[in-house]
Design a protein around this ligand. Structure first.
Ligand SMILES: [Zn+2]
Length: 120
């Protein structure tokens, strides 16, 4: 049993021959368990839906904003956006194109940066 990034304990698969075990274990411990990933995606979609439309949301990003998109084996896109020291991640889910993931990332980033202002 290993503790994952979300704080939950989960069984880590052991193989007899596995030269990548150290990397697998590091990745396992740095990521969330499946239940928390699903919960996070739901939360992010709820947050994203409540935020501005795509034209204005993309224009509100600061210069230097960087987006990274990854196409996954299950025909979905996942991405991260970092700007102004804040990084957000978003899993588009089945059927969501890369452009909608970028817009969702921008909305999340705006929400996150707003929260950061309130906390400081
Ligand atoms: Zn968890």
């Amino acid at each position: 049993m290993l503790t994952r990034a979300c704080g939950h304990q989960q069984e880590f698969q052991h193989y007899a021959v596995d030269k990548y075990r150290a990397q697998r274990q590091a990745k396992f411990e740095k990521t969330r368990c499946a239940a928390c990933v699903a919960k996070l995606a739901e939360e992010q979609q709820r947050l994203a839906a409540a935020l501005p439309k795509k034209g204005e949301v993309l224009k509100s990003l600061p210069a230097g904003a960087r987006v990274s998109l990854t196409y996954l084996a299950d025909d979905s896109w996942t991405g991260t956006l970092s700007a102004g020291g804040i990084e957000v991640e978003f899993a588009g889910g089945a059927g969501a194109g890369p452009q909608s993931v970028v817009v969702s990332l921008a909305r999340l980033w705006l929400a996150a940066s707003g929260n950061a202002d309130q906390n400081s």
